[in-house]
Design a protein around this ligand. Structure first.
Ligand code: HPA
Length: 234
């Protein structure tokens, strides 16, 4: 057991998918894994371990925002020796050539700050995905009926951002989309020499105001899980 994860030693697989929403973890585990077993219920942040095409996989909720993700990713790495951590989640598109339902593969994740920021002091570290995972996810996405976009995203600390000028600058600098977790995941993975990637589905559009209806979120979420699993075991 770790501080926030109740799983026993050996209950967590070397490959972990991390949706923000614990109920998504449950849905994904029941939909895509064989013989899923619930390995964590602490604070309702559900985690499941099963197998996918014979490979052991854990799907563990991260909660929303970098401080929450940081707790789970730290414990998965330090206490359970997770090797590959793939965030699966939603994002808000920031470029007009990106549509809702599209898949965004985050090559880099910029942020105003993340929980690792103080440690890096004056260095503006560039959090980045594992190239092998990124390439494999791109190939997996191309094999299906989705439009994968690869590039930089912005990991925000605030969903209700009252600094629209900051979004404007992100758009100007080619940032594809905004979410709230990847920058810290990438930084932790780099520090501990693990592989990390964020596979995201566009749920809303910050420029056009378009929004994905709830019923369609599940379907596009499924594609993302498959892309993440194929990338992890490519
Ligand atoms: N902002 C931050 N995170 C998000 C958004 C957003 O607009 N959409 C989905 N995740």
């Amino acid at each position: 057991m770790s501080t926030h994860i109740g799983a026993k030693e050996g209950d967590i697989a070397p490959t972990v998918l991390m949706p923000g929403d614990p109920l998504r973890a449950k849905w994904a585990a029941r939909t895509f894994l064989d013989d899923p077993v619930c390995i964590n219920e602490v604070r309702g942040m559900l985690g499941f371990t099963g197998t996918w095409r014979g490979h052991p996989v854990t799907i563990q909720g991260s909660g929303m925002g970098m401080p929450s993700l940081s707790i789970y990713a730290n414990e998965l790495i330090r206490d359970y020796d997770a090797q590959t951590l793939i965030r699966i989640g939603s994002c808000g598109a920031m470029q007009t050539d990106i549509a809702v339902r599209d898949v965004v593969l985050a090559m880099t994740a910029s942020s105003v700050g993340n929980p690792s920021r103080a440690m890096l002091r004056e260095i503006h570290y560039a959090p980045h995905a594992d190239f092998g995972l990124l390439r494999a996810a791109h190939e997996a996405a191309l094999r299906r009926d989705t439009t994968p976009h690869v590039g930089g995203i912005y990991s925000s600390d605030t969903f209700y951002d009252e600094r629209p000028d900051l979004h404007e600058q992100m758009v100007r600098h080619g940032i594809l989309a905004v979410e709230m977790e990847a920058a810290e995941l990438y930084t932790l993975a780099a520090r501990h020499r693990r592989r990390a990637l964020a596979v995201l589905t566009v749920s809303d559009h910050l420029v056009t105001g378009e929004d994905l209806p709830a019923i369609e979120r599940e379907q596009s979420f499924g594609e993302m899980v498959e892309i993440a699993l194929e990338a992890a075991f490519a």
